[in-house]
Design a protein around this ligand. Structure first.
Ligand code: ZN
Length: 136
């Protein structure tokens, strides 16, 4: 499978990392909307699980964001969430959850105190594929 790429404008990238840092030690979550693999808008959502190891979006909030993305003629580019204490690789829970939607997962690792690492993955039944993230 060809590697695909997600392009994130620097300002949105920063907001995403800030959102993750603000909720630390709990996980946050959100959606990235845009076109042609390029993010145009960030939608911060509540992690109703209030957990440091997993996230769950409120279905009503998720639906509202999806409608907003559609209203703005965008697509969902990715769903993001942080790993406050672990490496940026999908956890078992992430993998299970990702089967319910065919959207890449962006993971922000805050494991290193001064440096956040952002990676993206496409999770399929047969394997986990890494996607390139380009900050533009
Ligand atoms: Zn995770």
């Amino acid at each position: 499978m060809a590697k695909t790429m997600i392009r994130i404008p620097e300002s949105i990238y920063r907001r995403m990392v800030k959102h993750a840092q603000k909720e630390k030690p709990l996980e946050c979550c959100g959606l990235l909307g845009g076109k042609d693999q390029t993010v145009q808008e960030i939608f911060e959502t509540q992690n109703v699980a209030r957990s440091p190891i997993l996230f769950s979006m409120d279905p009503k909030e998720e639906l509202m964001v999806l409608e907003e993305i559609e209203n703005q003629s965008m697509e969902i580019i990715a769903i993001y969430h942080p790993h406050p204490r672990t490496i940026p690789f999908p956890s078992e829970v992430d993998v299970k959850m990702a089967f319910s939607f065919d959207v890449p997962l962006v993971i922000i690792s805050l494991k290193e105190k001064d440096d956040s690492i952002v990676k993206a993955f496409r999770i399929r039944k047969e394997a986990i594929y890494m996607e390139n993230v380009e900050v533009i």
